[in-house]
Write a protein that binds this ligand. Structure first.
Ligand code: SF4
Length: 367
């Protein structure tokens, strides 16, 4: 075994925290079987072996108007272009009703950076939605990226904006729109979106207002392994600083079709290896989720590479426009989970906000 890999392997087996050099060694030298075994070991510190949870959810894209111009996005239209839309409350309600009819329990909203929408507009919408649907479904009301944009547009601090959202009944502002959280990546591909420190300042304000949030990542653009590890490193530090308040981590893969950036999709093997690395590295995030939306049935193999939870998605125009395909044959996907050796159990709409995990020992500390 390569000496760097041997050191990383020993740390993981002792339940010690790995460092960036260990992560690189795992990526470069571990076999698929080794990564699967080590990730399964790390998963077992939080979850029963052989069990996984799932939820039916939709991501409803309420507007495709966006001024950010990310080069990896096939979804947006610039204001004034043909084909722009902004859904009304009634149109959104009809879409939600359709998802509920399919057994959906969780509705996420994700739209572009619409220059005419304000925090008050969103608050009005979220109040109406909670009034109409009550406990019939759970909502992921918006993403950190949208939150940052609308806060700035409304000339409000993140703290004030988060306070107003909380008052309007908002429960979750998820970590969507993170892609690769390094400033070099952001400058290359979406200079109009945000800088990394700004992203975490916004997420901290959201958590401080008592809202739930999550972590996300997307791989497969042109990012280097060092950038992937930088993303994980900053995220793990944030989760330490915040006492484990991020409820889950979801990684999916870039879909390159009809985008300005183009490129090719990463293989399932690369996705699974990365997922294993995430489970091992992110020792302070309890729930690691695998992406059916971008990997279809292959996502179930992610359960062998450290993931413990997944969505059965019914729609998401953003990824579908770039080449993702959605299947409503949920039984086929659950069958793939069983064939991978897991008992899949349906869960409540919201993934539980976990208690802060005990800080893991640093390398060299006790077992
Ligand atoms: S990824 Fe989001 S922020 Fe970027 S252009 Fe697309 S809709 Fe806009």
């Amino acid at each position: 075994m390569h000496p760097d890999l041997a050191r990383a392997d020993e740390r993981i087996r002792r339940a010690e925290r790995i460092d960036d050099a260990d992560a690189l060694a795992l990526w470069e030298h571990a076999t698929d079987d080794e990564l699967s075994e080590l990730a399964t070991m790390a998963r077992a510190r939080f979850h029963s072996p052989g069990h996984a949870t799932w939820v039916v959810m939709a991501i409803l894209n309420y507007t495709n108007v966006c001024v950010a111009r990310c080069d990896y996005c096939a979804f947006y239209k610039f204001p004034g272009e043909d084909g722009t839309y902004l859904l009304t409350f009634d149109e959104l309600s009809r879409r939600i009703d359709t998802v509920l009819g399919l057994g959906g329990q969780l509705i996420g909203f994700n739209g572009g950076f619409h220059p005419d929408l304000t925090v008050d507009d969103y608050c009005t919408l979220f109040r109406q939605l909670h009034q109409k649907y009550g406990d019939r479904c759970a909502f992921y009301e918006m993403t950190i990226a949208e939150f940052m944009f609308v806060s700035k547009r409304s000339h409000l601090s993140y703290a004030e904006s988060a306070r107003r959202f909380a008052e309007a009944g908002t429960r979750w502002i998820t970590g969507g729109g993170a892609e690769i959280l390094t400033d070099a990546f952001r400058l290359r591909h979406s200079p109009g979106k945000y800088r990394v420190e700004d992203y975490y300042d916004a997420q901290r304000a959201v958590l401080d207002a008592g809202l739930g949030s999550t972590a996300t990542m997307v791989i497969g653009f042109d990012e280097s392994i060092d950038e992937r590890i930088e993303h994980l490193s900053r995220l793990r530090r944030f989760q330490d600083e915040e006492g484990g308040r991020l409820a889950s981590f979801l990684c999916w893969t870039y879909k390159p079709f009809h985008t300005e950036l183009g490129g090719a999709e990463v293989s399932t093997r690369e996705y699974l290896r990365h997922l294993a690395l995430c489970r091992i590295y992110l020792d302070n995030i309890v729930n690691i989720r695998t992406s059916v939306l971008t990997r279809n049935q292959d996502a179930m193999l992610g359960l062998r590479f450290g993931a413990n939870d997944f969505d059965l998605p019914t729609e998401d125009e953003v990824t579908q426009k770039a080449g993702a395909t959605v299947s409503l044959d949920f039984e086929a996907i659950l069958g793939a989970a069983r064939r991978a050796g897991f008992v899949p159990t349906q869960r409540e709409g919201y993934i539980t906000r976990p208690p802060p995990p005990a800080p893991p020992p640093q390398a060299g500390e006790g077992r």
